[in-house]
Design a protein around this ligand. Structure first.
Ligand code: PLP
Length: 465
């Protein structure tokens, strides 16, 4: 399988090169040349497979330049860090299905992709006798998942900037208590935007970037999307075994990364996934796209589901490519126009097509808290505020449609990561799993720095590979 750019300015490249490239060199996003669709025969074969075996089958379809046995051990290693054998268990609570994606080392769904990406980077770098210094900014979840993805790897150092005192206590502890010497936390005296601006400035210094082999780990990397396709197929097959020929997924969305993986799974499995419910919080650019047919930038408002407080969905361009019938020239023109105008308008038939793929609901914070409370009252199940956005959207869909197909709600974080919102909803703080309990007692490693690009560069000069 070869990879192309959504903007058309790239000769097809193999999987490993696409993984190392991250963002396409023409400014677009990388996609497989063709999205494969597997027939009923193959789906049948996949039915009894456990998570890791299924992951090998699916990832192999998209990756033909890594030996299968290498890929297999990479997958086994990536998911042995999860605290349940099933990796992403599907639980049923009073009519709704919850797919728990938070059993990885940092208790958020980003582990599913970043555990795999860390091992993949490490393997590819070793093959090329090379190394990488990863640089990234985080408002909480991504940083810790990225650190856990590469900690202890010989050929990778990682530098994560977070806004000092502005991430939750648990999130800070998860990052700063990692003892491995290849992990560096920089607590920037400023906001998340300051952190992001610094990272961008450092990457824009191309001479510095090349000299230090800087790498990114953000959600536009194709390998992250690919790793996430697996759990959609896994859950749909579990339900097929129980006699459900079609299912829906409700996905709490920020960057359109997770739900784009759902779209790939939908195409891949033919009829198995009927549609995707795209759930947003008050930052609802994607819901407005589906409901009003206009993709228009708005102001970011902070909410109790902070990992979805995003107004420009960096993976949206991938869907656009398919919505425009793979017309890369048009994607390029449209994205360039969007940078200036902050808005994309669509033809009626495109909107209709998008509405076949997605139904969308924007959920207020009040409704989110109410949903956590109601689910707890009805079933005893405690969910985090991101998951609750998806559950609320699933319930809105059920009220409005006549569909009685099962809906799988993706649970993207463990409730203990967002204790304030959960306590507000159910009256008691969420339980903290065993592996998170000792963190307070561990030594912390981080350096507080001013919001200064040169300071970050000299830090990388001193501590980089
Ligand atoms: C990142 C994140 C999301 C949003 O995922 P996208 O891929 O950006 O749509 C949702 N919930 C949690 C807990 C997250 O960390």
């Amino acid at each position: 399988m070869k990879y192309i750019s959504t903007r058309g300015g790239l000769a097809p490249i193999p999987f490993s090169q696409a993984v190392m490239m991250g963002l396409a060199s023409d400014g677009g996003l990388l996609l497989p040349e063709i999205l494969p669709e597997v027939g009923n025969g193959l789906l049948k074969k996949w039915q009894g497979l456990d998570y890791k075996s299924l992951a090998l089958e699916i990832i192999s379809l998209f990756c033909d330049d890594i030996p299968r046995d290498v890929l297999s051990s990479m997958i086994k290693k990536s998911y042995s860090s999860f605290d349940v054998q099933e990796v992403t268990p599907l639980v049923k609570k009073d009519g709704i299905y919850v797919l728990e994606l938070f059993h990885g080392p940092t208790l958020a769904f980003k582990d599913v992709a970043l555990q795999f990406l860390g091992n993949l980077f490490s393997f590819l770098l070793k093959e090329q006798s090379s190394y990488m210094n990863i640089l990234g900014a985080t408002s909480g979840d991504t940083g810790s998942a990225a650190i856990y993805g590469v900690k202890g790897k010989e050929n990778i150092n990682i530098f994560i900037l977070h806004p000092h005192g502005r991430v939750s206590r648990m999130q800070a502890l998860q990052m700063t208590t990692v003892p491995d010497e290849n992990c560096f936390n920089l607590a920037v005296k400023g906001t998340f935007d300051d952190c992001q601006a610094i990272v961008k400035a450092v990457f824009n210094d191309l001479e510095f970037k090349d000299r230090h082999h800087l790498g990114a780990i953000n959600s536009i990397n194709w390998a992250r999307v690919l790793a996430q396709v697996v759990y959609y197929v896994y859950a749909a097959l579990r339900l097929k075994e129980q006699g459900h020929e079609q299912v829906l997924f409700s996905v709490p969305t920020g960057n359109f990364g997770d739900i784009f993986a759902g779209y790939v799974a939908k195409v891949l499995t033919g009829q198995l996934i009927e549609r995707l419910i795209l759930a947003t919080n008050e930052n609802n650019i994607l819901t407005r796209f589906i409901v009003e047919g206009v993709y228009k930038r708005g102001q970011v408002v902070p909410t109790i589901s902070p990992s979805m407080d995003i107004q420009i969905a960096s993976n949206f361009e991938r869907y656009l490519y398919y919505l425009f019938n793979e017309d890369a020239e048009r994607v390029k023109k449209t994205m360039e126009e969007f940078e200036g105008k902050g808005e994309i308008r669509f033809a009626q038939k495109e909107i209709q097509r998008a509405r076949m793929d997605f139904s969308s609901y924007s959920i207020t914070q009040e409704e989110t808290v109410r949903t956590i409370g109601a689910l707890y009252k009805e079933t005893g199940y405690v969910c985090d505020p991101h998951t609750a956005v998806g559950v609320a959207a699933a319930r809105s869909f059920k009220r409005e449609s006549s569909s009685d197909l099962p809906i799988v709600c993706l649970a993207t974080a463990h409730p203990c990561k967002f204790p304030e919102a959960v306590e507000q909803a159910i009256g008691t703080p969420p339980e903290v799993p065993e592996r998170m309990k000792g963190l307070e007692k561990l030594p912390q490693r981080y350096e507080v720095i001013p919001p200064d690009v040169e300071r970050v560069k000299s830090y990388i000069e001193a501590h980089g590979l």
